[in-house]
Design a protein around this ligand. Structure first.
Ligand SMILES: Cc1ncc(COP(=O)(O)O)c(C=O)c1O
Length: 489
């Protein structure tokens, strides 16, 4: 694509965008059970977009220049703190998303301990990959501790034993993304506090819904800032607060703990560089949209949304357990379900493909330690009322997947993949492997079961390399067709 010489009319540009968007997964209606969060509330998108437009050109780079942004951020942080057990000294920041909040928690913890030469973070093995990204970016070593079998919650004794003089942060989840279970936060936080180490609760996905589930009578273990020893907590507004993408909150138990998160530089001749988060120029759009959505939905509104979500989760969980061949793993206390096959003749990745054919997106998760390959469901308020439709399609998807049988790879292919050393492969060999996995094109094929089976056979290091190569293929602009060819098409 090159710029049009004179530009296109606004209507034409928007039409083209609508056409492109029609090929995406639906963001409303509850049929996409990962990536998106749908309140089902009429008018919420319009409100969010009006608020976004009002502030999109402002710049959080200098909050003194845009006091509206400063006020909205302080109000959002105070609201999150009040919901999540904060006290008068709780301090925080609004970030661009969960990954940024988690990374900043790691950065703040590491920067506060310049005395530790080779810092580590101690993670339950189910902690979100954002912490591995933080470790990778910030030169910190991630020490992962296996979770308890079957329940998939952090093992407090093993976590405590993994803390040593190099540990700058201990991480637990409320809940974990993969299994939707809440780690034993009080025990782990107490162990961290006993060693004088910070403890972060990753409540990115659960933070805005767990307090309401508890108020509705659901059994929710203690997980928030009121737990002694918890020093920071992340909660995403673009998840169960149903705000547009681009907002999360990182809370610290007090402002002293937050200081090392900030960055100032007086070592250049331009404006004063003073940042509370990883971004420097920050659009006020997402912040204003979140502020508007929080104010509009309100406490009672979130309680009602949580009530609908809880009804959907309960109906889906018992309905899935009643389908012959499927089972929900662990004892999820939040709004996420992880579904495994109970019989060898059923391949969950084929079930996912069959659900795609029926207009539902369930997210494949690879086997990891004691967790077999499974399907992830992020359940939101919009799923309530359509539980029976989902379950009936799921039962028919299971029957179809049984008929086609599990994906089997040639044994020589499986053993070749399992023994390949990614460090010794050339880019041509990677291109060959991607082609074998069906990942050489510019898009992903509709049926993914074979590809997932191949990726599942690859050890994590090889899988990571293959996926990075794949990303390179995806983010390569398609060259325009030679002159004349598009006219004749
Ligand atoms: C527990 C948890 N932490 C962190 C993240 C990362 O959030 P984001 O995708 O907004 O960067 C997620 C995303 O699902 C999550 O579930």
């Amino acid at each position: 694509m090159t710029l049009h010489n004179t530009g296109l009319p606004a209507d034409q540009v928007l039409d083209e965008l609508r056409t492109m968007r029609s090929g995406d997964l639906p963001t409303h209606g509850g049929r996409t059970l990962a990536y998106v969060y749908d309140s089902g509330l009429a008018g919420l998108d319009e409100l969010a977009m009006s608020a976004y437009a009002l502030a999109s050109a402002t710049n959080g780079l200098d909050p003194t220049a845009f006091p509206s942004l400063l006020r909205m951020e302080n109000e959002i942080v105070a609201t999150a703190a009040a919901l999540l057990g904060g006290g008068p000294s709780t301090a925080g920041s609004v970030t661009s998303g969960g990954t940024e909040s988690c990374m900043l928690a790691v950065h703040a913890a590491r920067a506060a301990r310049p005395d530790v030469e080779r810092p580590t973070i101690v993670l339950a093995s189910t902690a979100h990959a954002a912490f591995h990204k933080a470790a990778h970016y910030f030169g910190v070593e991630a020490v992962t501790v296996p979770v308890l079998p079957e329940s998939f919650v952090a093992d407090p004794a093993a976590m405590a034993a993994a803390i040593d003089e190099r540990t700058v942060l201990v991480v637990v989840s409320a809940p974990s993304y993969a299994h939707g279970v809440v780690d034993p936060v009080p025990e782990v936080a107490a162990a961290a506090a006993a060693r004088g180490v910070r403890c972060h609760v990753d409540a990115c996905i659960g933070g805005w819904v767990l307090p309401y589930l508890r108020a509705l009578g659901a059994p929710v273990p203690d997980f928030d800032l009121s737990v002694p020893g918890v020093t920071s907590l992340s909660v995403d507004l673009h998840k169960y607060a149903y705000c547009p993408k681009g907002t999360s909150v990182l809370l610290h138990a007090d402002a002293e703990l937050r200081r090392s998160q900030f960055f100032a530089s007086a070592r250049w001749p331009g404006y004063t560089m003073l940042n509370s988060t990883m971004q420097s120029t920050r659009s006020g759009g997402p912040l204003a949209a979140a502020w508007a959505v929080l104010n509009h939905i309100g406490d009672q509104g979130y309680r009602e949304l949580a009530s609908r979500t809880l009804a959907a989760v309960r109906a889906l969980r018992s309905g899935i357990d009643a389908i012959d061949g499927l089972r929900v793993q662990g004892d999820p206390q939040a709004t996420l379900l992880s579904v495994v096959a109970t019989t060898g003749d059923l391949d969950v990745f084929t079930v996912a493909d069959e659900m795609t054919e029926r207009g539902w997106y369930l997210q494949p998760q690879f086997g990891f330690e004691g967790s077999p390959p499974n399907l992830h469901l992020t359940v939101t308020a919009a799923n309530h009322g359509a539980e029976a439709a989902l379950l009936s399609d799921l039962a028919s998807a299971v029957a179809a997947a049984r008929r086609s049988g599990p994906v089997t790879l040639a044994p020589e292919l499986t053993s070749a993949i399992a023994t390949l050393d990614p460090s010794g492969l050339t880019s041509e060999q990677f291109a060959g492997l991607l082609a074998m996995a069906g990942l050489e094109g510019t898009g992903t094929p509709k049926r993914m079961a074979e590809i997932n089976a191949m990726l599942a056979a690859a050890p994590p290091t090889l899988r990571e390399r293959l996926l990075v190569e794949f990303l390179g293929v995806l983010y390569t602009p398609v060259p325009p067709p030679p002159a004349g060819e598009s006219d004749s098409a």
